[in-house]
Structure formats: structure tokens, C-alpha cells
Design a binder for this molecule. Structure first.
Ligand SMILES: [Zn+2]
Length: 616
């Protein structure tokens, strides 16, 4: 989502040891326990889903009936005795965990506040499961808030596929957060997290997390979705429309003969995604624009908006093409043939092959939210981190690339944005309320804390990595990370291992201190006497040091002080001097001439929480 406040290496290895179902099934328990402690590419596995859904929508009551057939393949080395589904829409009921958390957190999200507590029965959201079968056998299950707990009739063996058949009824709530009806810009149906969605099982076990308001995590697979909906509604979303002629999608109104029945059938297929989202409105205008050597972009927005807002949507289209090109060049090629930018929801939120964004803001805002949400196609949709445990990896990296793209495409200042981002992080680090970046996303003490951690400190992590290993290595790391981990579930360690291989430096300390602790970086210039410079480490977090020295004769010299625990140096044109081992509180060296002044980190790439002592 969009932040909303304050202004290879192992690729060949990977293919050679990619687990097949049979190989996984025959793994010994020894291998299984190794896999549960780490996820090296050779022991990596992931579950697989194939959804087939048939959905009948009543646009007057905002209710829909669904039939879902789910083929689930257990690629894990473990025998599964139970499964869990997310029933996200149940969060929009008075007394739900989302409702109560929103009313008890000190700084509630204004969009939610106490609104859930006031929903009437015909306004709440729900998913009611009417029946569930495993390979034809009836299953017992229990709905517990936003999670369906299912006891299996027969355990699922490693390598085995089973078929679940489910019938369900659902009601789309009044728009509160992300999904919902008639959002504040009047979009009829924002259908996000709208179906019973199987929870992910990975090297950490089940992730049947309740929906309290934050983030998502899903199983990779193929979706085949058929929607029956009022013939006057236009639909956009995840996947490829299979019957465009039948629904008149992409054609001028009136050129297609509408059926005599009240409803049209829209059939979508989406291969290799971990979610399926759609939106529908009778007033959607639909434009397309082709990205050269890339996907077809779809734009769905309300034709009833004021004229200047409609013009913004036209102006956005060639810029969206540039965004798609920028990300494809700098991260990795967008692998699908379509991407849809859809007016809907309550801000901006990323989904598979599409985003739902508010559409009536000023152009800069519309561009900014599009830049951000589109970057999420890489950071969370393709590089599918668990957003609950690694919120920073998708929001921080997305924010970084969104700003970088904006600076190239609409000439915003990346430098200015980066400085502000560092300042907000430093403020947070000094506030006494900071929690580690790896805090579960729902478990932050304030909404503000979670946002600063994920969006700001996550951004700093990636930008500062360029300071630690060099700009070129940072850029290469991103591309190698994409090559190795697209269509999978990477974590922080997977990312830093790529950075280590690219740079040939040891970096576990960087991941550990910056994401798993609240240790801060604070280095200072202690004394300057003649040619002798003494620096001090005040904060607990280690860092290598870039230093700029001005001599009394007016000349300058840049120095690089490697951090000993990195076991190497980044590429640099500066004069490299002796290592600094972390535990030593001070570091003294002799310059070649009499020193006038010294500045630590002159480019301000290091997230030093007190810059006042960086200069003497
Ligand atoms: Zn985001």
C-alpha cells in the first residue's frame, strides 16, 4: 500500500537442485529439519494451489455465491493433518479483531477508526462456508474470526495433491479498508481478499494469521475465475480475460450485442500468481496502452469524474508505460502480459497483475501512487515475501524504487526524498518507541511505528546498502535477487546472501543489527590534532566509514575505513586505510598533511542518528 503520512551466482545451482515432487517426497527427516532452519536455494520448496471458482454476484445486495474447487499440492517434506483458509471479509464485523484493534491502538488509521463497530448486518462483510469436501469426503471445519480451521479426512502426504470443493456465500462490506462497496469515489465493487484463500505453509510452518488490518501472504498457483454479474458492469483485475468479445471488454460501448439475460459472464485465467483481485463498476471507462516489448496496460476509471480528473488519467497512461519500462530494466522483466490500474479501494494497494488506487487526487499524487503500487508487482507480488514478518522488504524496497522511478520520469528529487526518509527514521530511532523491523506487522505499538519501520527504515536499508557495498553492487544485487527469487517466498536472509555473493563481503551483521535489533549508527569525529585524526563509535551498530578530509593547504582527500567483520572492501576511489574492528570505541590514523577539517560520510548515505558530531 501507499504510505500515508508525513509529507548469478546461485541461479545455476537453483535449477540444478530445484525440488521435484518425487524428490521432495523422498526427502529424509534430516533434510526436512535442515529445511526448516533456513531456506538455501537447494532445500527450498513451496506449496502449490490451482483455484477454479464460479461466482454469481447480486449487485443490488452486494452478496455473492461461490463454488470453489482447489487442487492443493503439498510440496513440503511434512505430512499435513489440517489446513487453514483465510476468510478476510469477516474482519468487517463489529467486535472483530480488526475492529477492536482499531479502537484500542493509540493512533488509529482514520479510514477505519470505529467505523466497523457501527456496521449494520446488511453492511458487514462475511464469507460463510456452506460445505467443504476433500476428494469427495465431507470435512468438519470451524470458522474462528477471519480463519477457517479445517481437520482433514485423510492426511496429505509429501508430494500429494488433493482436491477441496467448497460452497460459500459472501457479502461485500461497506468500504472500510481495501475491499468494499461504494468507496468514497463511488466505485461499486472493490473485490480484494474476497474469496476463501488457503493459508500458506512454508519452512516456518502454517501462516494462518488473523486479518487485523495489515498485510498478506499467499500460496503460488493458477487461478481460473468465472464471474456472473449484471450486464451493465465493467470488470477489471488479475489475469487474462478469456472471452473479451462476449463481454465487449476493450470495445466501444454499443459495438457488442449484449445478451438478453440480465447478467454477463466474465472468464479470467491467471497463471502463477498468489492472489486474485477484481473490481467492477457500471461507469468504468476502459483504456489500454501497450508497453513496447512488455505488457498491455489497462486503465479502468469512472467516466463520471470531473473533466480535469479524467485528463489526469489520460496523462497518466504514457507515464505508466515508462514506469513499467523503468522497473523491468532496473529490477527484472515484468513476466505477465497485462497489468491493470484500477480506480477503487481506499488509497492504493498492490494486487496480482493490478492495483486498486483512488483516482480523484492531483496528477502528482495519481502518478506517485501508481509508481508505488506498480513497484509492488516486483516487491511482494513476484518476490513474494511474507508481508507480516517482512513488511519492510516489500514496503521499503517499493518506496525506494517508486521514488527512484519518479525522479527519472517526472523529475522529482530522489536526493530530497532520501534525506527526508533518513530524517524520519532518525527521529523514530531517537524517540524511544522504535521496534525492530522484523516485528510482526500487526504487533507494532503504534500505526506510526509500523509505517516508519516498513516504509522509511526499509528504504534506508536498501539505500544504505549502496554505501556498504558500493552503488554498482547494490544495483546488481537487486537484479540477482529477482533472478533467484521471483515466483518464490524470499526472506531477509535470502536477500542478504545475494548481496554477499555479489559483493564478496560478509553482511550478516548488516541484516542482523539493522532489521532484528534497534541498535543505532552513531559515529563521531573525536579529535583532530595536526595530522592526527581520531574517530569514535558511539552507537552499537557497526559500519564501514567514508571520510572526507580538507587539509590546511586547501586540498582534499577521501578515505575509506573498512569494517573488519566484512572481511573485505567495497570498490572505491578513496584512499583505503587500515580496518576498524567493531569493539574498539576509537580509531586513530595519521593523514599525510596538516588537517583543517574532517567529515564522516559526506554524502549522507549512512543512517547516522546524530550527525552533529560527524564534522570537526
Ligand atoms: Zn506499498
Amino acid at each position: 500500500m501507499k504510505r500515508f503520512f508525513y509529507t548469478v551466482f546461485c541461479v545455476s545451482l537453483l535449477f540444478s537442485c530445484k525440488p521435484s515432487q518425487n524428490a521432495t517426497a523422498s526427502k529424509t527427516s534430516e533434510t526436512a529439519s535442515a529445511a526448516s532452519n533456513n531456506q538455501s536455494t537447494c532445500t527450498y520448496w513451496q506449496q502449490h494451489v490451482d483455484y477454479k471458482m464460479d461466482i454469481d454476484v447480486d449487485v443490488k445486495t452486494y452478496q455473492y455465491k461461490g463454488k470453489q474447487q482447489l487442487v492443493y499440492t503439498n510440496n513440503s517434506p511434512d505430512v499435513l493433518n489440517k489446513v487453514f483458509y483465510h476468510l478476510y471479509l469477516n474482519a468487517f464485523q463489529p467486535g472483530s479483531e480488526m475492529d477492536v484493534r482499531s479502537r484500542t491502538i493509540p493512533d488509529p488509521d482514520k479510514r477505519v477508526g470505529d467505523r466497523i463497530s457501527k456496521l449494520k448486518p446488511n453492511e458487514i462483510g462475511y464469507i460463510k462456508v456452506n460445505s467443504l469436501k476433500q476428494n469427495g469426503s465431507k470435512l468438519s471445519y470451524e470458522t474462528v474470526g477471519t480463519v477457517l480451521e479445517v481437520a482433514l479426512a485423510k492426511p496429505i502426504q509429501p508430494g500429494e495433491s488433493v482436491t477441496f470443493d467448497m460452497d460459500f456465500d459472501a457479502q461485500l462490506p461497506i468500504q472500510i479498508r481495501r475491499s468494499g462497496r461504494n468507496n468514497k469515489e463511488g466505485v461499486a465493487l472493490s473485490m480484494t481478499q474476497w474469496y476463501p484463500k488457503l493459508a500458506e505453509y512454508d519452512y516456518e510452518g502454517w501462516h494462518a494469521d488473523p486479518y487485523i488490518g495489515r498485510e498478506f501472504y499467499g500460496v503460488w498457483g493458477d487461478f481460473d475465475v468465472t464471474l456472473h454479474i449484471d450486464k451493465n458492469y465493467v470488470v477489471g483485475g488479475t489475469g487474462y480475460l478469456q472471452n473479451p468479445n462476449e463481454v465487449g471488454y476493450g470495445y466501444e460501448t454499443g459495438t457488442v450485442k449484449r445478451p438478453n439475460s440480465d447478467k454477463l459472464t466474465w472468464h479470467f485465467k491467471a497463471p502463477n500468481v498468489h492472489d486474485f483481485t477484481w473490481a467492477a463498476d457500471p461507469d468504468y471507462r476502459h483504456d489500454t496502452m501497450q508497453v513496447p516489448n512488455g505488457p498491455l496496460l489497462h486503465f479502468l476509471y469512472k467516466s463520471t469524474m470531473p473533466k480535469d480528473k479524467l485528463e489526469n488519467w489520460k496523462k497518466l497512461q504514457p507515464k505508466a508505460v515508462e514506469l513499467m519500462q523503468f522497473y523491468s530494466e532496473n529490477i527484472g522483466k515484468y513476466p505477465y502480459d497485462q497489468y491493470s490500474i484500477i480506480q477503487g479501494g481506499d488509497g492504493g494497494m498492490e494486487y496480482a497483475m493490478c492495483t486498486l488506487i483512488l483516482g480523484e487526487g492531483e496528477f502528482d499524487g495519481l502518478f506517485g501512487v501508481t509508481a508505488h503500487e506498480m513497484a509492488h508487482s516486483w516487491f511482494q507480488f513476484l518476490l513474494a515475501t511474507n508481508e507480516l514478518t517482512n513488511y519492510w522488504m516489500d514496503e521499503g524496497f517499493t518506496q525506494y524504487f517508486g521514488e527512484l522511478a519518479g525522479s527519472k520520469i517526472i523529475n522529482t528529487s530522489f536526493k530530497k526524498e532520501t534525506k527526508q526518509t533518513y530524517d524520519v527514521y532518525a527521529y523514530y530511532a531517537n524517540s524511544g518507541t522504535e521496534q525492530p523491523l522484523t516485528t510482526q506487522a500487526d504487533r507494532f505499538n503504534y500505526n506510526r511505528s509500523s509505517s516508519i519501520a516498513a516504509y522509511y527504515k526499509g528504504y534506508v536499508f536498501l539505500n544504505q546498502l549502496a554505501y556498504v557495498i558500493g552503488q554498482e553492487n547494490q544495483e546488481k544485487t537487486i537484479k540477482e535477487y529477482f533472478k533467484a527469487w521471483a515466483f518464490k517466498h524470499p526472506n531477509g536472509n535470502d536477500f542478504i546472501r545475494i548481496a554477499e555473493k555479489v559483493s564478496d563481503l560478509e553482511l550478516d551483521w548488516y541484516l542482523n543489527d539493522f532489521t532484528r535489533t534497534t541498535n543505532t549508527i552513531d559515529y563521531g569525529v573525536k579529535t583532530v590534532e595536526g595530522k592526527t585524526i581520531t574517530l569514535e563509535r558511539i552507537g552499537l551498530m557497526p559500519m564501514p566509514i567514508d571520510l572526507s578530509v580538507t587539509y590546511t593547504d586547501g586540498s582534499t582527500e577521501d578515505f575509506y575505513i573498512p569494517l573488519q567483520m566484512m572481511r573485505g572492501e567495497k570498490p572505491t576511489t578513496a584512499t583505503t586505510i587500515k580496518d576498524w574492528a567493531w569493539s574498539y570505541p576509537t580509531y586513530t590514523f595519521e593523514a599525510s598533511k596538516t588537517v583543517k577539517s574532517v567529515t564522516i560520510d559526506p554524502n549522507e548515505m549512512m543512517a547516522d542518528v546524530d550527525r552533529k558530531n560527524n564534522k570537526k
